[in-house]
Design a protein around this ligand. Structure first.
Ligand SMILES: Cc1cc2nc3c(=O)[nH]c(=O)nc-3n(C[C@H](O)[C@H](O)[C@H](O)COP(=O)(O)OP(=O)(O)OC[C@H]3O[C@@H](n4cnc5c(N)ncnc54)[C@H](O)[C@@H]3O)c2cc1C
Length: 480
């Protein structure tokens, strides 16, 4: 090692990562000197707290002080000691995807804006930048992302990547250079290498005007195509026990801002959060309270002022304040109606049962375009995303596994593909059927990382089909 306060916990665990010679760049000392000087590889070797989703990340290497170290040094040490390396950014994935018993490096301090090109409307940023930080930078330069999910706590991806590979080399990849590496990395599960720098295409900043409408679930399912094509951006929130759906539609506009928080404080904070949370807490003991919570939240979101106008990223994003377990899958849009009908049938049965498990509310339904990213769940098909939650009021544990299992069975009946960041049971055979490019992905992994330096327990279990205590998802679970 080249100094610093890094220390391993325990000795080598004999992981399949084979110790090997120093990477490109010559002898260890000169390599270390150069590496230490490179701020672009300066990462935080630290434990990332994932306890909020009921997981203990259990890394084997920590820093005695929270200090920056060099990613290439971490790779080198891991190779020598036979550990794996896991880059983590927001640590926001509600599964063991960012967890490791190897070395965990935190990328979220690599968050500098490096370049802004207002004419071509693109930016270059360091690879650990979180979306919320990116929005602020873009906003300051009159730019914005064209589309954003429900939250902005996760890190970025982009149109051109600069990566550190397992052998210590650094490469650029995009649609026109190292194309296979690029298409394998965009949904790459942290297994192809460490993303150090990202070029992102943005566009001129814009406002969105969002309206919402209450609808009966039967009407929403019956008119699915219309509901999802009437506006530029649409999402649906389904409140199962009330049979109601809230349809949010957002379109670009040039009207003055009318922000959500100022308009909706009483509904969002007092009713939608504090009172709902209290009812959910009592619902742990007396299930009827869960129904009151559903009814309250549903009425609150339907009754709240129906129009919000704000900067695009503020309208795209939502507050998910109550701790919860979550799972989300997508099906081809052609299967969406049949899937929702089957879910409805299941939920009607659930409702009639005295041992009702849930799910809680809302069931979020979204639609995305098809893409060509090898492991993207939307690869080659317009996709309908359906996500359920099970709340953990005040962080108390709640049963959720049987519920998620049943939901997943239904989604699998309709060619469902799981969200990679959420818990699922897919292994190589199922993945091969669902992802035409799965073997290409494996080919790239074996080429850029033949010794499995970047393979954590999640990747070993799902991508390589390994079984046993070292790959079991229960390894990191703290909750029931
Ligand atoms: C309440 C909630 C709402 C959510 N809503 C959405 C949503 O609307 N849309 C959506 O898509 N997702 C959503 N998610 C899922 C979540 O945001 C994603 O899982 C996202 O990937 C997490 O990003 P992160 O930066 O925290 O990644 P992490 O959890 O830190 O890591 C995810 C993966 O990326 C890899 N990785 C991270 N940084 C690097 C790097 N620099 N180089 C190489 N690999 C790296 C890690 O190794 C890991 O494999 C939601 C999650 C929650 C809990």
């Amino acid at each position: 090692m080249c100094g610093g306060a890094i220390h391993g916990r325990g000795t080598s665990r004999g992981s399949p990562t084979a110790p090997s010679s120093p990477g490109p760049g010559g002898d260890d000392k000169s390599h270390c000197r150069r590496a230490q000087e490179d701020p672009e590889e300066s990462v935080l070797l630290d434990y990332k707290e994932l306890g909020t989703v009921g997981l203990n990340a259990r890394p084997s290497l920590s820093s005695s002080r929270r200090q920056r170290t060099n990613a290439r040094l971490v790779i080198q040490l891991a190779r020598l000691e036979g550990y794996s390396v896991r880059p983590v950014a927001g640590g926001h994935s509600p599964s063991d995807l960012p967890c490791t018993t190897g070395f965990m490096i935190r990328m979220d301090k690599l968050d500098k804006l490096l370049e802004v090109n207002r004419q071509q409307q693109h930016v270059v940023v360091q690879g650990g930048m979180i979306l919320s930080t990116l929005h602020s930078h873009l906003d300051a330069h009159g730019l914005a992302m064209s589309n954003v999910g429900s939250i902005s706590d996760q890190s970025i991806s982009g149109n051109r990547l600069y990566m550190l590979l397992a052998d210590g080399s650094r490469v650029h990849c995009s649609r026109s250079e190292n194309t296979d590496l690029f298409l394998a990395t965009l949904c790459g599960l942290g297994a192809t290498g460490i993303i150090l720098r990202v070029t992102l295409q943005a566009e001129r900043a814009f406002r969105l005007k969002e309206t919402h409408e209450a609808m009966h679930i039967d009407k929403a399912i019956g008119q699915l195509e219309t509901v999802f094509t009437e506006a530029e951006h649409t999402r649906m929130w389904w409140y199962p026990q009330t049979n109601r759906v809230r349809v949010d539609r957002a379109n670009r506009c040039y009207e003055p801002a009318q922000p959500r928080f100022r308009v909706n404080w009483f509904y969002d904070v007092v009713l939608g959060y504090h009172l709902t949370l209290l009812l959910l807490f009592f619902g742990r003991f007396i299930p009827a309270f869960n129904y009151y919570a559903t009814f309250l939240h549903s009425s609150e979101t339907m009754l709240a002022p129906a129009t919000t106008t704000d900067k695009s990223y503020k309208v795209f994003n939502l507050d998910c304040l109550i701790p919860h377990h979550t799972t989300e899958w997508c099906v081809p849009f052609s299967e969406a109606r049949a899937t929702l009908l089957e879910i409805k049938e299941w939920l009607d049965q659930e409702d009639a049962s005295p041992h009702r498990l849930g799910p809680d509310f809302p069931i979020e339904i979204r639609v995305s375009k098809e893409d060509d990213i090898w492991l993207s769940p939307a690869y080659g098909q317009i996709s309908c995303w359906i996500g359920i939650v099970r709340y953990k009021p005040y962080g108390f544990s709640v049963p959720y596994k049987p519920l998620f299992k049943r939901f997943e069975q239904i989604l699998q009946n309709h060619a469902g593909r799981p969200h990679w960041a959420k818990m699922h049971d897919f292994t190589p055979d199922a993945l091969r059927k669902q992802y035409p490019k799965f073997d290409d992905y494996l080919r790239v992994l074996n080429a850029v990382d033949p010794h499995g330096l970047f393979r954590n327990e999640y990747v070993r279990r799902h991508i390589f089909g390994e079984t046993g205590p070292h790959a079991d998802k229960e390894l990191f679970l703290m909750d029931t």
